[in-house]
Ligand binder design. Structure first.
Ligand code: HSE
Length: 338
């Protein structure tokens, strides 16, 4: 399979490392021989239709800062749009940073890739909260596969769980702890009464907070994820602006401690139901599947046949995100072979 990586920051590099690590398994267990024919970042691109040497690509990007510094095949200034349209590939990974207002540049990348007949895998929440129905339609019209497991829950395979393992069920509601940063902050505050700003700094140092951490704190990141889940699993036609959002900036350590004394935990919960789309802090009984600590994510699906199913795991980080990205790649391969 010929792959193009658009975005070669933390996630793109994490995926490259995972492809090196999993090369043998992908071949022997799934019959996939992944060949990265291009990697593009904001400075330019490296393109080799016979396949880039991923170790060399990683070395160059880490030392010099860009995939475009790849020897001989790297070119400064070559754009993602140019690569997507002109480099022959089976799958385009869109891994550029999220822009929740315009969805760009990810939105244009996804559209161009689909129109060029490439299957698409993305971790980018921006295009999904701005134009999910449009992208879904375009993928169908273009006859390409479109996967976005990595955009919600990191390693937590909630979309695959609902679509594959719970096939035949109707998902009636989704509730979840969808943001690791706020969950970490709330957990630490309740345990030690540590002030908000101190714990936020810790979360930033752990590398899980958004570049602009108000997106975490004010519940916007969780709102993006609940929008995506509502569209993907409840067949809603939702945009980010439809979500009623309250963040955690006004939660004081006393509140989290008091909650604990009464056998509860304060959690930032996203809810998607037929007529509800919201993110807000809520009391969750300790021991409930959503009362997870630290940076964990947890999601409960309410379905007609299986009733409630809950799933927990790590929602951020390059390896965790790669777990979802590689899973989507294998899934596309299986779908095409079916
Ligand atoms: N800032 C996000 C979080 C990263 O804390 O969960 C994953 O989307």
């Amino acid at each position: 399979m010929k792959l193009v990586l658009v975005g070669f920051g933390n996630l793109g590099r994490g995926l490259a490392r995972t492809l090196i690590l999993k090369r043998r398994t992908l071949r022997s267990s799934y019959g996939i021989n992944p060949r990265v024919v291009a990697a593009v970042d904001e400075y330019g691109a490296a393109v080799d239709e016979r396949g880039l040497d991923l170790r060399k690509l990683l070395q160059v990007a880490e030392k010099k800062g860009s995939a475009a510094d790849y020897p001989r095949k790297g070119k400064k200034g070559r754009s993602a749009a140019d690569v997507i349209e002109n480099v022959e590939a089976d799958v385009v990974f869109e891994l550029t940073p999220t822009n929740i207002r315009t969805g760009e540049p990810g939105l244009t990348h996804l559209q161009k890739a689909m129109r060029a007949g490439r299957h698409v895998i993305t971790s980018n929440k921006g295009p999904l909260v701005v134009a999910f129905p449009e992208l879904d339609r375009l993928a169908r019209r273009s006859g390409v596969e479109f996967r976005y497991s990595a955009s919600v829950g990191g390693a937590v395979p909630v979309i695959g769980l609902a679509r594959k393992l719970l096939a035949g069920n109707e998902v009636r509601a989704v509730r979840g702890v969808l943001n690791g940063t706020t969950n970490y902050i709330l957990s630490r505050m309740s345990k030690e009464g540590t002030p908000f700003d101190v714990v936020l700094r810790e979360a930033q140092e752990m590398g899980i907070a958004e570049k602009d951490p108000t997106l975490d704190i004010e519940g916007i990141d969780a709102a993006c994820k609940i929008t995506i889940l509502a569209n993907a699993l409840l067949d809603r036609n939702a945009k980010l602006k439809d979500v009623d959002v309250t963040g955690i900036s006004r939660i004081k350590p006393e509140v989290t401690r008091l909650a604990q004394e009464t056998g509860n935990a304060v959690k930032l919960i996203g809810v998607a139901e037929r007529d509800i789309l919201e993110v807000a802090p809520k009391l969750v009984p300790i021991g409930h599947p959503l009362a997870v600590g630290g940076t964990l994510n947890a999601i409960t699906l309410e379905t007609d046949l299986a009733r409630e199913i809950s799933i927990t795991g790590f929602g951020a980080g390059p390896w965790e995100t790669s777990s979802a990205l590689v899973g989507d790649l294998i899934d596309i391969h299986r779908t095409l072979g079916a």
